[in-house]
Design a protein around this ligand. Structure first.
Ligand SMILES: [Zn+2]
Length: 396
């Protein structure tokens, strides 16, 4: 399927690579594609025809779409394509049908306890997913399914590993339950990592995202890619040891950051009035409750102190704080104050520390990005075009 071009050291771009160029640019003209690929006009046009016949691209002008001064005439055909996403937190999950940009079209929030068995948590979510899909107008095509879980995930296999938060789950639980329910590409990702990807404003942005809800999660995005590390555990900052003789963490060790700054730890520190839910803590913070404000500030200060090394090592453009506790203005202010005080000027200069989207919007966007990357990976597209050719159509 590939050929060497005269005078070119490279190989002609495959159908899948051409589609990727078009998709990532939000549309391109034939001229731009010729320049980007260095291919011969005849080969490029033949490949565009094959992509159009298979329904991957369309010509905007042929549909009467205004193309403007810079005619990005060849567009990725995203019409009717949707992703189904499951953004699981420790106490609730957001199930969404989203368009290909990750904007939710329909969403349902389901309450659960992530510490229950995988079957108890996942089976109701599959049902919600089915009914959300059934609400479509019949013109929707499911491209893939994305699942975010609050635990490290092994890249490629979707296995949930090192799971302090889901001790009862079999590593293959998500693949076996949600994955088997739909015969489309499946992506399973750590929730904070997926959300970090959804929070980034462009592929040029280096971003550290920290989620503080019941627990603490962290995702790092560099050049549009998630930093996973060797075992999918990069960003497990909740278990950075901040005081060797500190309180007991759920991981069994003493003095982890999560034992000071997670929603669970904050709730336990607020002894007045009994243990409070994250919703109650948020309300009290918004009311200006003194004890809650003081406890949040102390937790934010400890988190900011623990993040200094991470921020200095990564040197991000932005540190984004999300989750029901993390996105509280008082918490963001506390973290910003401590981080900016601790790191050297060349790291602090221009560093933005701000709150992320208050709901699961960024998680849905990040999961959709991952689904789209998998479903329209050049190799998958080439395989599909190849199968189409074998079925009787001649493809150059
Ligand atoms: Zn720990």
């Amino acid at each position: 399927m590939s050929e060497r071009l005269p005078g070119s050291p490279g190989v002609a771009a495959s159908h899948g690579h051409i589609l990727e160029l078009i998709r990532s640019a939000g549309g391109l003209s034939r001229q731009e594609l010729l320049a980007a690929t260095g291919m011969s006009r005849a080969t490029l046009y033949e490949r565009l025809d094959a992509l159009a016949r298979r329904g991957y691209v369309y010509e905007a002008e042929s549909l009467g779409v205004k193309v403007g001064r810079r005619p990005r005439n060849i567009r990725f055909d995203d019409r009717g394509r949707i992703a189904l996403t499951f953004a699981l937190g420790q106490t609730s999950a957001t199930v969404s049908v989203a368009d290909t940009d990750g904007a939710p079209l329909r969403s349902v929030v389901v309450q659960h306890e992530i510490t229950a068995t995988a079957e108890t948590v996942l089976a109701p979510l599959v049902e919600v997913g089915r009914s959300l899909l059934a609400e479509g107008d019949g013109g929707e095509t499911l491209v893939g399914v994305g699942v975010g879980v609050p635990a490290p995930v092994e890249a490629g296999t979707g296995r949930v590993v090192h799971a302090t938060t889901v001790p009862q789950w079999n590593p293959d639980a998500v693949v076996a339950s949600i994955g088997r329910a739909w015969s489309v590409p499946l992506v399973v990702e750590n929730d904070a990592m997926a959300t970090a990807l959804g929070e980034r404003s462009s592929d040029a942005e280096t971003l550290v995202y920290v989620k503080v809800g019941t627990g603490i999660g962290c995702g790092i995005v560099v050049d549009g890619s998630i930093l996973r590390g060797a075992h999918g555990a990069a960003g497990s900052i909740g278990h950075i040891r901040v005081a060797p003789d500190g309180p007991l963490c759920r991981c069994g060790r003493h003095g982890c950051l999560a034992a000071f700054s997670s929603g669970l730890a904050i709730s336990e520190q607020l002894i007045g009035g009994g243990r409070r839910t994250l919703g109650q803590i948020r309300e009290a913070a918004e009311r200006g409750d003194t004890e809650v404000s003081r406890t949040l500030h102390s937790a934010a200060d400890t988190l900011g102190g623990a993040l200094g090394a991470t921020i200095t090592t990564i040197n991000p453009h932005r540190l984004v704080l999300g989750g029901r506790i993390g996105s509280l203005p008082a918490f963001v202010d506390g973290v910003r104050e401590r981080v900016l005080a601790d790191v050297v000027d060349r790291i602090a200069n221009g560093l933005l520390v701000e709150a992320g989207a208050p709901d699961d919007r960024s998680a849905v966007r990040g999961l959709t990005t991952l689904v789209m990357r998998k479903a329209f990976a050049p190799a998958s597209v080439d395989q599909s075009i190849g199968a189409f050719a074998l079925a009787g159509e001649l493809v150059p």
